[in-house]
Design a protein around this ligand. Structure first.
Ligand code: AP5
Ligand code: MG
Length: 213
């Protein structure tokens, strides 16, 4: 099963994608996590991406698409995957569609996690992220078992550089201009499903499971 997660920054794409990945035994592929891992490791790709990410802008399509197509060509993606944060522009979606068409394949479902902008800024300041394994927590809603430490891999949790209020506002702007048109793109292909992302994260996941069954 090939799944795309849609939704504003902070809607809970990453939280839900990791639950989907575990439940369905498919890899969770987050372009944001891949960029952050590269930044942490000081790679050239990381340096290039950081300049855009810190401003809340999108990394150029050319770079992002190359990275993503390399990733989905790996062996563990044969049975499917859940994409989180990709595609983020119409050109990215078109490239992915063309690539899949080469093998008679397509995206099976696009899950839109719907959360109004007002809720987002509040959520982001409480988010804590693990830069090693990509796990995400919230200091109030989804706390780790031990404060400041990742449940999954034991690494230290951090506030992401792009979660400052001003940057979050710009990310929301960028989302509405460049990414939200994808709702229409996948709706036209009859694969769009929207869930209410303001519910508790476990309830959101129950709604998603019903859709994916
Ligand atoms: P990316 O890492 O994808 O960030 P994003 O889209 O802004 O989304 P987030 O990761 O911030 O939010 P999320 O929806 O995953 O929410 P989460 O589950 O963490 O991208 C970062 C940057 O990389 C971009 O700005 C861009 O520069 C670049 N980039 C990445 N991909 C790109 C691409 N394809 N093209 C170009 N550039 C790209 O949840 C948020 C918080 O809420 C957490 O604290 C969580 O614990 C909490 N939470 C989750 N669900 C609930 C719930 N139901 N109730 C209460 N709290 C909840
Ligand atoms: Mg995320």
């Amino acid at each position: 099963m090939k799944i795309v997660m849609l939704g504003a920054p902070g809607a809970g794409k990453g939280t839900q994608a990791s639950m989907i990945a575990e439940n369905f035994g498919i890899p969770h592929i987050s372009t944001g996590d891949i960029f952050r891992a590269n930044i942490k490791n000081g790679t050239e790709l990381g340096k290039e991406a950081k300049a855009y990410m810190d401003k809340g802008e999108l990394v150029p399509d050319e770079l992002t698409v190359r990275l993503l197509l390399d990733r989905v060509a790996q062996d563990d993606c044969k049975e499917g995957y859940v994409l989180d944060g990709f595609p983020r522009t119409i050109p990215q979606a078109e490239v992915l569609e063309k690539e899949l068409e080469k093998t008679g394949d397509k995206i099976d479902k696009a899950v839109n996690v719907d959360v109004p902008d007002e809720n987002i800024v509040r959520r982001m300041s409480g988010r804590r992220a693990c830069l090693k394994c990509g796990a995400t927590y919230h200091i109030v809603h989804i706390p780790p078992k031990k404060e400041g430490i990742c449940d999954v891999c034991g690494s230290e949790l951090v506030l992401r550089d792009d979660d400052k209020e001003e940057t979050v506002k710009n990310r929301l702007d960028v989302y509405h201009k460049q990414t939200s048109p994808l709702i229409d793109f996948y709706s036209k292909r009859n694969v769009l499903e929207t869930v209410d992302g303001t519910k508790d994260s476990k309830e959101v996941f129950e709604d998603i499971k019903k859709i994916l069954k």
